[in-house]
Ligand binder design. Structure first.
Ligand code: SF4
Ligand code: SF4
Length: 353
């Protein structure tokens, strides 16, 4: 089973779009152990993502979890997979060696050239120089690591240059999403700039494909894949089924955004998962009414319950922002895919075969 461990609610940064409440609550060792046991209790493998707040504030807990899961893996014969999402500021060589030994996959939250616009330390200092240095160290040790960019409206002008910068640093896997939630305000002007930036990125992406260079860029790759092979229902978010969060007090929730909301609590690590509630919650998620007749409804991220709830207050209602973003992204990706397809490039065919 796959779980996201929220080791702490504390963070040493105060990102402009972050909607998490920072508190000094942390996971106890007893809860951590029970969560690891649960991860190995069902299925053919165990998967854990270390998350926060900032998970490296609880480095000892991560190391304890790695030791214990390796022991459980040896005892059960089940493989163990782990990853971590971090702001990177507390990464050091010692931790990287331990992470590498455990086969950990690290996702570095890094907004590229927009870093100091959106991602500053809690005391207001910029973090760009530190994270750039750490990104180089990470890539040297673990070149397969990925960069995770969150685009705030104020950094939209730097979007394409930020992705190029991250690629130039050595990241070959980059995920990117726009910032959502009550702390950001997207205007028509921002969206129009976003479209221009996406077109610049389309040129950059196509050049990488023509040169046969490996470059995974999540928004384009996923939409092109869906355009060619159709939507894979298994890759869509289903409330409470894919990667279940474990809160600091050991409760299980349908999604990270729902932590603390009892309606979406699916048990805890001590008494286990309430599967009846999990199934009834999953059945509840459906396509928003406003999307039923839209020609794009099978290629659009319109039924992500947590995002819809964050933006509109209703898990089954998609926001105008999400609709505008999805339309824009699909249009750019369709044009890009059509152009690369017409060029009959072997690298493109292999990539999406
Ligand atoms: S690093 Fe993550 S948890 Fe910390 S403030 Fe930024 S977005 Fe929030
Ligand atoms: S583009 Fe808009 S209307 Fe169409 S499916 Fe997506 S969110 Fe719904």
């Amino acid at each position: 089973m796959n779980f996201t461990f929220h080791l702490t609610e504390q963070c040493n940064m105060d990102c402009a779009y972050c909607i998490r409440e920072k508190r000094s609550r942390r996971m106890s060792e007893k809860t951590l152990k029970a969560a690891c046991d649960l991860a190995f209790s069902k299925g053919n493998s165990a998967g854990i993502c270390f998350f926060g707040g900032e998970p490296l504030l609880e480095r000892e807990l991560i190391e304890k979890a790695l030791d214990y899961c390796q022991q459980l893996s040896a005892e059960t014969g089940k493989p163990f997979y782990c990853k971590m999402t971090t702001n990177g500021t507390l990464l050091d060589e010692g931790f990287l060696h331990r992470a590498k030994k455990a086969g950990m996959n690290i996702g570095l939250s890094f907004d590229g050239l927009g870093q100091d616009i959106s991602r500053r330390y809690a005391d207001g200092r910029g973090s760009f120089a530190d994270v750039e240095r750490i990104a180089k160290m990470l890539l040297k040790e673990m070149p397969d690591s990925y960069a995770m960019l969150t685009l705030s409206p104020d950094a939209v002008r730097q979007y394409a240059d930020s992705i190029k910068y991250l690629y130039g640093l050595g990241f070959r896997k980059i995920t990117a999403t726009i910032a959502y939630g009550w702390r950001v305000k997207w205007t028509e002007e921002h969206l129009s700039l976003l479209q221009k930036e996406m077109l610049k990125l389309s040129d950059f992406y196509s050049e990488r494909v023509r040169r046969g260079e490996y470059f995974f860029f999540s928004p384009f790759d996923s939409k092109i894949k869906e355009c060619i092979s159709g939507m894979n229902p298994a890759e869509r978010c289903h409330l409470g089924f894919r990667q279940m969060p474990v809160s600091v007090d050991g409760k299980l929730y349908a999604c990270t955004q729902f932590i603390g909301d009892e309606d979406y609590c699916l048990g805890d690590v001590f008494s286990g998962l309430d599967t009846a509630k999990q199934i009834s919650l999953a059945k509840r998620s459906s396509m928003p009414e406003s999307c039923r007749t839209c020609a794009l409804n099978k290629r659009c991220t319109n039924s992500c319950g947590c995002m819809n709830r964050m933006e509109t207050g209703n898990e089954n209602e998609v926001s105008p922002l999400q609709c505008a973003y999805e339309r824009m992204l699909i249009a750019v990706c369709d044009e890009l895919a059509e152009m690369l397809f017409q060029e009959n490039l072997e690298s493109f065919q292999k990539r999406f075969a």
